[in-house]
Write a protein that binds this ligand. Structure first.
Ligand code: AMP
Length: 398
C-alpha cells in the first residue's frame, strides 16, 4: 500500500517532519518573510489533528557545521507557535540523548522544533551515522521540504534508510503534482518563460523544455548572451562569454527542429547600472557600445503577452529585467499580470520559485496564479528531468 498522510495512523506516534524553515532574517534575527513556515502548516496541522507528536527539523542559512547563534531556529519556533496558536517547544540540538528525552516526554499533539541541522557538518555530507542519529528522533518520517529536495543531505536522503515508514507531506505532494504535470501531460499550448541574470544554470532547463513546450520566451539578462550569439552588438550588457557558443547551439537546434524560441525585439537600455541612469528604448539591433540591456521593451511585452494569452499551460522562471529597480520592473510586472489573466481564463500557471516568485508576491498576484513553487533550485532541477534525492529516497521505500 502506498502510505500517505491521509491513510496513516499518527495517534501517539513520534512523527519526524523535515520542513524547509530556511526563512530570511534581518540583523536582529527577526523573520522578514514567513511564507515557508506557512507552507508547512497543512502537514503539521494534520499530524496534530490525528494525535501525533510532531518533531520538526530544518536547516537555516549556511552555518557550515558550526553553531552560529544568529542562525538558530528559535525565532521560527516563536512564529510557528503564533501561527499554530500553540506553544512550540525548542530543542538545543537536533540529535543526542537530551533531544531524545525531550521527544519522549512529548504528549500527543505537542510540537518540538529541533535546532538547525546544519550546525552539524555531517548534515550536508549526508553522513550515515548522523542520518541514523536523526532517525532515532521519530517513528514515522515525513519529508515536506521541497526547497531542499534536490540536496542529498542526511535529513533529506540518508535518513530514509533508517526509517520504516517514509512519506511525502502535503507541500511535497502538491509540488510534485504541479511540476510533474508540466512534464508529463501539459495541456497545450504550453509556454515557458525564462529570464534572470544568467543562462548558466538554466542551459539544461532550456534544452529539456525545448522538447516539451510549444514555445519558450526568453527575457532578462540571459537574453543578451543570445543576442551576442546572433552576432549583435550588446554594449555593456550582462553576457556570459563562455556560454555564447551554447546559446548558439540552442538557436541552431531551434532552427533545425523547427521549435519556437522568442527573444526580445526591443529593450530599455541605460548608460550605467543605476535606477536613475540615462535610459532609452531601442530595438535589440540598436544597442550601442557603452549601453546595457536592463528590461524588455513594450513591443516585446506585446508579443510575449499574445503568446501567453494563447497558452493552456505556462511555466515562468526568472525576471524579465532588473526588477529590483523600479525603472526596469515593467517587463516583469507585465508578465505577472499576463499570467494572472490567462489563469483566470482557465490555464494552469506555475511559477518556479526564486525571483519570479518574489515578483509575483510583490505584485500581490500569488493567489491569481495556479501554483508558486517553494523551491527555486529544486523546481528547476525537477524540470530539467533530474531525479531529486529527497523524492527518490521516499519512492525507494514504496
Ligand atoms: P536568476 O537568479 O538567474 O533568476 O537572476 C535573477 C536576477 O536577474 C535578478 O536579480 C535580476 O536583477 C537579474 N536580471 C534580470 N534582467 C537583467 C538584466 N537585463 N541585466 C542584469 N541583470 C538582470
Amino acid at each position: 500500500m502506498k502510505y500517505s498522510i491521509d491513510n496513516i495512523d499518527f495517534k501517539d506516534k513520534k512523527v519526524l517532519i523535515r520542513v524547509d524553515f530556511n526563512v530570511p532574517l534581518d540583523k536582529d534575527c527577526s523573520i522578514t518573510d514567513d511564507t515557508r513556515i506557512k507552507a508547512a502548516l497543512p502537514t503539521i496541522t494534520k499530524v496534530i489533528e490525528k494525535g501525533g507528536k510532531v518533531i520538526l527539523m530544518s536547516h537555516l542559512g549556511r552555518p557550515k557545521g558550526k553553531v552560529i547563534p544568529e542562525m538558530s531556529l528559535k525565532p521560527v519556533s516563536v512564529r510557528l507557535g503564533e501561527l499554530l496558536n500553540t506553544k512550540v517547544l525548542m530543542a538545543d540540538d537536533c540529535i543526542g540523548n537530551k533531544v531524545l528525552q525531550q521527544i519522549d516526554s512529548l504528549k500527543s499533539g505537542e510540537v518540538l522544533l529541533l535546532e538547525n541541522l546544519r550546525f552539524h557538518k555531517e548534515e550536508e555530507a549526508n553522513d550515515e551515522k548522523f542520518a541514523s542519529e536523526l532517525a532515532k528522533n521519530g517513528e514515522i518520517y515525513i519529508n515536506d521540504a521541497f526547497g531542499s529536495a534536490h540536496r542529498a543531505h542526511a535529513s533529506v536522503a540518508g535518513i530514509c534508510k533508517f526509517m520504516d515508514v517514509c512519506i511525502f507531506g502535503y507541500l511535497m505532494e502538491k509540488e510534485i503534482k504541479f511540476l510533474g504535470n508540466l512534464i508529463v501531460e501539459p495541456e497545450r499550448p504550453f509556454v515557458a518563460i525564462l529570464g534572470g541574470a544568467k543562462i548558466s544554470g538554466k542551459i539544461e532547463l532550456i534544452n529539456n523544455l525545448l522538447d516539451k513546450v510549444d514555445s519558450i520566451l526568453i527575457g532578462g539578462g540571459m537574453a543578451a548572451t543570445f543576442f551576442k550569439a546572433q552576432g549583435k552588438e550588446i554594449g555593456d550588457s550582462l553576457c556570459e562569454e563562455d556560454k555564447v557558443s551554447i546559446a548558439k547551439s540552442i538557436l541552431e537546434k531551434v532552427e533545425k527542429e523547427n521549435r519556437k524560441l522568442l527573444l526580445p525585439v526591443d529593450g530599455i537600455i541605460v548608460d550605467s547600472f543605476d535606477n536613475n541612469a540615462m535610459k532609452k528604448v531601442v530595438s535589440v539591433d540598436e544597442i550601442e557600445p557603452g549601453w546595457r540591456f536592463m528590461d524588455i521593451g513594450e513591443a516585446t511585452v506585446k508579443i510575449f503577452k499574445e503568446e501567453i494569452a494563447k497558452a493552456k499551460t505556462v511555466f515562468w522562471n526568472g525576471p524579465m529585467g532588473v526588477f529590483e529597480m523600479d525603472n526596469f520592473a515593467k517587463g516583469t510586472s507585465a508578465i505577472g499580470y499576463a499570467l494572472a489573466e490567462v489563469t483566470e481564463k482557465g490555464a494552469t500557471t506555475v511559477i518556479g520559485g526564486g525571483d519570479s516568485a518574489a515578483a509575483i508576491a510583490k505584485l500581490g498576484l500569488k493567489s491569481k496564479v495556479t501554483h508558486v513553487s517553494t523551491g527555486g533550485g529544486a523546481s528547476l532541477e525537477f524540470l530539467e528531468g533530474k531525479s531529486l534525492p529527497g523524492i527518490e529516497a521516499i519512492k525507494s521505500k514504496y
